[in-house]
Design a protein around this ligand. Structure first.
Ligand SMILES: [Mg+2]
Length: 267
């Protein structure tokens, strides 16, 4: 996505007006949220990411509404997400939507297989002499974090990741994100499809509006999947996005959550 010089695009007032319309004010709502960069700031080390007390409070308030369901959908693993968000009774979807756990739902993409760690051994060897590079093993893939890698080493890191990816002959896709390369199974699936799957399982059926908020290049696929069926929001200083609305920073996510918490609704 194009980075913006000067004033970033901010659709907040348009988004707020949209939320004020009757279908959102009164309807049942499934709220899908990415984690890193949406609910938490991007931190130097991925393990240090955390919810602000305000964001945690807003999520709790949303969970408490009988007309609202929450789904956290992230590239992280589900265990990691549960630890970071710490809420029961909501949906968690990990590995870019390939796994879902939540009330009455325990699902994994049927073609996703657990990945033997040995798959990454060659890459880990290569990355050993790049200070700050972190390989995070996921049950369905791996993430290479370079938030702490010095800029002069990044080209070499990227070369190693891409060479390793080629050696895996199409089994994985590389998803470049914010200071991260995610290697995930090459399956036609994204966070938007995960949100759709959760929505289809909710009762009463066909009654749920949906919102999805993401911040990264990898979330653009989900915005496309959800076009016309969910309200989509991209967080970040970008001018172009497949999302309907762009908000320039994470603090607007809290404003959005506040609006959703305060809407009149059914309860
Ligand atoms: Mg993100």
């Amino acid at each position: 996505m194009e980075r913006v010089r000067g004033m970033p695009r901010n659709d907040w007032s348009k988004l707020k007006a949209r939320l004020a319309r009757t279908d959102f004010r009164r309807g049942k709502l499934l709220v899908g949220l990415d984690f890193d960069g949406v609910l938490s700031e991007i931190t130097p080390h991925p393990a240090d990411a955390a919810l602000s007390p305000r964001t945690a409070q807003l999520l709790k308030a949303l969970r408490g509404r009988s007309d609202t369901r929450l789904a956290i959908i992230s590239g992280r693993g589900i265990g990691d997400l549960r630890r970071l968000v710490g809420l029961h009774g909501i949906f968690y979807s990990g590995n870019h939507g390939l796994q879902i756990r939540g009330p009455g739902l325990r699902w994994m993409h049927p073609e996703a297989n657990e990945v033997d760690r040995a798959v990454w051994r060659g890459l880990e060897e290569g990355l050993k002499d790049i200070p700050g590079a972190i390989v995070e093993h996921k049950i369905l893939g791996a993430a290479i974090h370079y938030r702490q890698v010095r800029p002069e080493h990044r080209r070499r890191l990227s070369g190693l990741v891409r060479a390793h990816h080629r050696s895996l002959s199409g089994r994985f896709r590389i998803l470049p994100g914010k200071k991260i390369f995610d290697l995930r199974p090459a399956l036609a699936w994204d966070k938007g499809r995960a949100l759709d799957m959760i929505r289809q399982r909710l009762e009463p059926r066909f009654a749920w509006n949906a919102v999805f908020v993401g911040d990264d290049k990898t979330d653009e696929e989900a915005f496309l999947t959800l076009a016309g069926t969910a309200l989509t929001v991209r967080v970040g200083r970008v001018s172009r996005s497949a999302a309907q609305y762009v908000i320039p920073g994470r603090s607007w996510v809290d404003h959005l959550l506040e609006e959703l918490v305060r809407r009149p609704g059914a309860s």
